[in-house]
Design a protein around this ligand. Sequence first.
Ligand code: NAP
Length: 283
Amino acid sequence: MAEILDGKKLRDKIFEDLKIKIDKMSVKPTLAVILAGDNPASAIYVRNKKKTAEKLGINSIIIEYPSNISEDVIIKKIEELNSDKDITAILVQLPLPVHVDKFKVIETILPEKDVDGLTSYNSGKLFLGEKPYVYPCTPKGILLLLDEYNIEIEGKHVVVLGRSNLVGKPVAQMLLNRNATVTMCHSHTKNLDNIIKTADILISAVGKKIVGEKNIIKSNCVIVDVGIFKDESGKVRGDVEFDEVFESASYISPVPGGVGPMTIASLMLNTVELSEGSRKLGR
Ligand code: NAP
């Protein structure tokens, strides 16, 4: 029977420590969030980030744009935030409106203010096995969760489902940097079920039901379910059929309550880390 990887519990512990740390900071971190367009889910995520930041003593501002905003306006705003020494962290909420080039926009963020760790500088450092300013929030949260439960990574076969720049690729690289043997799968992968069966650790970041009754996981597999979506009945669920794998897995992260809370915890950790770094850099 699996033990639950409790993201909420670890998030609360991280927040307690962070609050004490932030209380002692003479200059508080300031997180600027750019929200462009009218995606209702994005608007909720951004408000939650602001609320959480403020509870911890982090200043936060939201810069909102309508969906017909030009790319140039967003880029100019980021340049302004880059040179504003009071702003220590910048986040661009994705997705951006379709006519806006997200790579160009993200690339404008100064790497030392890139709180999502998504600029080519920070992801390049990660892929070179060097230290970026910060690691991307969801992958960082996943590793914190595995470490909290003392799950061994070195030498383990990790199967990552999904290869997005946000989750799949960086988490695979972070685990490789920790000496795991990593297999990355995507929508063109053949014999997925056979690969899943070989996983000591399975990380699923797809966004649809992918590990269900037809799959047999390896006994004692550790399952991290990143996916989150609503099924036909409107119920929020993850990629993995929880009840089907619960008996044979050794650990499993629930949805909700697993990776989601760890992503927000990592965002707050990153915001504080960048602020500490900015003082070291004398900005
Ligand atoms: P994404 O950009 O949509 O990527 C999905 C990935 O899944 C793609 O690489 C795709 O392959 C792959 N895929 C699709 N069908 C597949 C299949 N049948 N077998 C194997 N792989 C398949 O998504 P994302 O941004 O990484 O997010 C993934 C999920 O995690 C979503 O549900 C998202 O909401 C959730 N998420 C949760 C958190 C959190 O904090 N809890 C954070 C981020 C994301 P191709 O590359 O070949 O298309």
